[in-house]
Design a protein around this ligand. Structure first.
Ligand code: GDP
Ligand code: CA
Length: 326
């Protein structure tokens, strides 16, 4: 079975681990050749930012490290056994910003990426090269090779100003109320090579419990991707349980769009033209979303068994709904 997953960082990567287990594709240690994989991940690059002359792709790296066995499990981002000497040295030079954590091991990944980008390779080729080392057992493609960056419009009393998503999210912990979330560059961007083909050849699209606005929303905002996905059977896993994001601050992003932090409201925001099925947690049993088949299952990804069961439920619902479609 071929499945396409548009994914953000931590939530997306953890779900993908369960999906790999559910589909029985390559183990994280042995991996398999990326193009033979049953799973194609379309990674969000809206969080990407250039700092210290390095192009930083937090969601691509989180997926690559998590599935490739290099992630710091506790933090959920960056490398295991990490040290931060380079960060301290940069701060000693007065380099800004100081709020972004780039570890020493992680810096090597970024030097490889910077060098390849400077030589003219597109981000999709760079990502493939980095994955040659990590063997994530999925094909990981950035949503676009073009520069698309999520910016957040805030107003602290001196009129509206836009800041990069990372500054809002990490430095301000999403505490400045967002008036607007803008995907800068999205309209003129194109899907990266292989994205539309992977969707066209997929048996189903599964939306993981990633941030529905800045992760899944950014991927869907690249012209052509949403329409291609809508032509498929699409099942989503709610990132909202009992009216709250399980971790992180997705509620602050939903508020900017005027969407309630509620499993049903998020499904309707994603739209019945896109979603065929939607999994909500048992705490949200009884949730309805117009034109979307809603089922309740345990949705907490607390441990490999629970995550695999959740992924299997998403696959099962996709199979059921595509058979019903004929
Ligand atoms: P990010 O880059 O760290 O924001 O990671 P993602 O973009 O993948 O989004 C994480 C989202 O997943 C958060 O908004 C949470 O609402 C959601 N989430 C985190 N853990 C769980 C979980 O165990 N179950 C479910 N259903 N959602 C989760
Ligand atoms: Ca992210």
């Amino acid at each position: 079975m071929r499945i396409v997953v548009p994914a953000g960082g931590i939530g997306g990567a953890r779900f993908l681990r369960g999906l790999k287990a559910a589909l029985g594709t390559g183990s994280p240690t042995t991996g398999e050749h990326s193009t033979d994989s049953a799973i194609t991940v379309i990674g969000n690059t809206g969080d990407d930012i250039t700092l210290f002359g390095l192009r930083i792709c937090p969601d691509l790296d989180t997926v690559m490290y998590t599935l490739g066995g290099g992630i710091d499990e506790e933090r959920g981002w960056g490398r295991a056994d990490e040290s931060f000497t380079v960060k301290e040295e940069l701060a000693a030079y007065g380099m800004r910003p100081t709020w972004f954590g780039l570890g020493d091991r992680d810096t090597a990944t970024h030097i490889v990426r910077a060098q390849m980008l400077a030589t003219g390779y597109p981000l999709s080729a760079v990502t493939e090269a980095l994955c040659d080392r990590w063997k994530p057992g999925v094909r990981l493609i950035p949503m676009t090779d073009d520069q698309v960056e999520t910016h957040v419009v805030v107003d602290e009393g001196e009129g509206p100003r836009a800041l990069h998503f990372q500054e809002w999210w990490i430095r301000h912990r999403a505490a400045l109320p967002a008036q607007q979330i803008v995907s800068v560059g999205a309209e003129s961007s194109a899907p990266a090579p292989g994205v539309l083909k992977a969707i066209a050849e997929a048996d189903a699209v599964i939306l993981p419990p990633s941030n529905p606005v800045v992760s899944v929303g950014s991927v869907l905002g690249v012209p052509g991707i949403r329409d291609a996905m809508a032509a498929k059977t699409v099942v989503g896993v709610s990132p909202i349980i009992g009216g709250a994001p399980v971790r992180g601050m997705a509620d602050a992003c939903l508020a900017a769009l005027g969407v309630e932090t509620d499993a049903g409201a998020v499904a309707e925001h994603l739209g019945a033209d896109l979603l065929d099925g939607w999994l909500v947690d048992e705490a949200d049993a009884g949730t309805r979303a117009a034109g979307i088949e809603v089922r309740s299952r345990p949705l907490y990804m607390n441990g490999p068994a629970a995550t695999e069961a959740l992924a299997r439920a998403a696959v099962d619902l996709a199979v059921e709904l595509s058979e019903a479609k004929g």
